[in-house]
Write a protein that binds this ligand. Structure first.
Ligand SMILES: [Zn+2]
Length: 443
């Protein structure tokens, strides 16, 4: 193998790294050779170095595939375009080389950035996007596709296909339950992957039967784990019970065997769950945590920071009982995450960073999500898997990502310390390689 590559001229060589296999946790000492945006050759680090246009001596740094943030939002309208653009470079700076945009109102700019990044004309992560969310009339989020009939649903899916989105994101602020189920069935028939929030007017079992591929956040898992789900669904349908009011009832009626049946079905159907633990924690403790000295705030425009006010006000104006409920819910959902994981349901690490989501910053928040996953009981290796392996697996692009191997995308994170020993070591960034370009961390 060595002889046929002798004298070859690679674009970039990264010499002497401890490559971590995120599937197995095995570590080997290798030299990595890159051509354009792919890994072209790998050899044992004790062999003779091959020629390359640019050579980096990594001095035994740990190498893992670039991180994936599997739930992020580029949004806030044209007036926040600058902030959203700035996030692209920040994400690379924090070692995040791919993101899954779970819906926003900047689809046109996002498609342009996607293309520019793929050609290395702009620095940023590879963007997989749902485009605008599908919701009902007068939805919470600007830019959503408003669907109130089967015909409007067909039009919405047509427009998403024209936009060549990577998946379909459904949202529950106004979407009718039957149309939600129909959206899942129709997405599947078109060969599109679909994930989302689930209207409480349907059961999780119905959503799984209709072909839901991904569940964003844990509220819907909690609902499906209740022995009283049918009764609670009926109350919701009749308008006698609201979303947040339902939470204490769901916690009290949580049932292990109901949950086990459900989780087993999700495992069989390969339905992935995005727990977004870190934002849950951040929003549940807005009344106790002082964020005023968060360094990242200095990077944000005043207009962007003003989008945080909605959530801050609602946290501060709520009654002590509501705040306590929120915290108990947060604690319960963290336990539920481990149960999902132990049952073999595949999780995806996602931060939910973006405008309006107070103090959840694109970049650092994914590292915090990994730390949260470890805090609830996953091993560091399992947590990393939810980011770099499950992300591409869910989007069916695992051939290109998930490992540092020949033919894979040259998206690599070099760390000074071993992340398998301590998950906070994902922040000990020495350098980031994105699309074959080398970015050394300067601090
Ligand atoms: Zn979100």
């Amino acid at each position: 193998m060595l002889s046929c590559n002798h004298g070859a001229n690679y674009d970039l060589s990264i010499l002497n790294v401890k490559r971590i296999d995120i599937e197995t946790g095995q570590i080997d000492n290798v030299d990595i050779y890159i051509n354009q945006d792919r890994v072209a050759f790998i050899q044992s680090a004790n062999l003779k170095d091959l020629a390359a246009k640019e050579t980096v001596h990594a001095k035994g740094a740990f190498a893992i595939p670039g991180l994936w943030d599997n739930h992020i939002h580029f949004r806030g309208g044209e007036s926040l375009l600058r902030d959203n653009e700035m996030f692209l470079e920040q994400l690379i700076d924090f070692g995040i080389t791919s993101v899954r945009d779970a819906g926003g109102d900047l689809a046109i700019s996002l498609k342009r950035w996607q293309l520019e990044i793929s050609k290395n004309e702009r620095i940023g992560p590879t963007i997989f996007t749902s485009g605008p969310k599908i919701d009902g009339r007068n939805p919470t989020w600007q830019g959503s596709l408003e669907v109130e009939s089967e015909a409007e649903l067909d039009q919405a899916l047509d427009s998403l296909e024209r936009l060549e989105v990577d998946f379909v994101k459904l949202y529950d602020s106004k979407l009718n339950g039957n149309l939600f189920l129909s959206a899942l069935e129709k997405s599947k028939a078109r060969g599109l992957i679909a994930s989302g929030h689930m209207p409480f007017s349907v059961t999780l079992n119905q959503a799984l039967d209709a072909g839901m591929n991904g569940v964003e956040h844990l509220y819907y898992i909690l609902k499906g784990s209740s022995k009283d789900e049918l009764e609670i669904t009926k109350q919701f349908q009749s308008g006698t019970l609201g979303f947040w009011e339902a939470m204490p009832l769901l916690i009290n009626s949580y049932n292990d065997s109901t949950a086990n049946r459900l989780f087993n079905k999700m495992k069989q159907q390969e339905v992935f769950v995005i727990p977004t633990l870190n934002i849950g924690n951040t929003l549940s403790y807005l009344d106790e945590t002082d964020h005023s000295t968060d360094e990242y705030l200095n990077l944000l425009s005043d207009r962007f920071k003003s989008t945080y006010e909605r959530r801050i006000k609602s946290a501060l104006n709520s009654t002590p009982e509501t705040r306590d409920n929120r915290k108990s819910l947060n604690t319960f959902l963290r336990k539920l995450t481990l149960k999902l994981h132990d049952s073999g349901v595949q999780l995806m690490a996602g931060s939910d960073a973006g405008a309006y989501n107070a103090y959840v910053y694109p970049g650092p928040s994914l590292h915090e999500e990994l730390q949260s996953l470890v805090a609830v009981g996953l091993s560091p290796l399992e947590a990393l898997k939810t980011s770099v392996i499950n992300g591409p697996k869910w989007l069916a692009v695992e051939e290109d990502y998930g490992a540092i191997g020949i033919g894979k995308k040259a998206d690599i994170l070099l760390l000074k310390k071993n992340p398998l020993i301590d998950i906070t070591n994902t922040t000990s960034i020495q350098a980031v390689i994105k699309n074959g370009l080398y970015f050394k961390k300067t601090y």
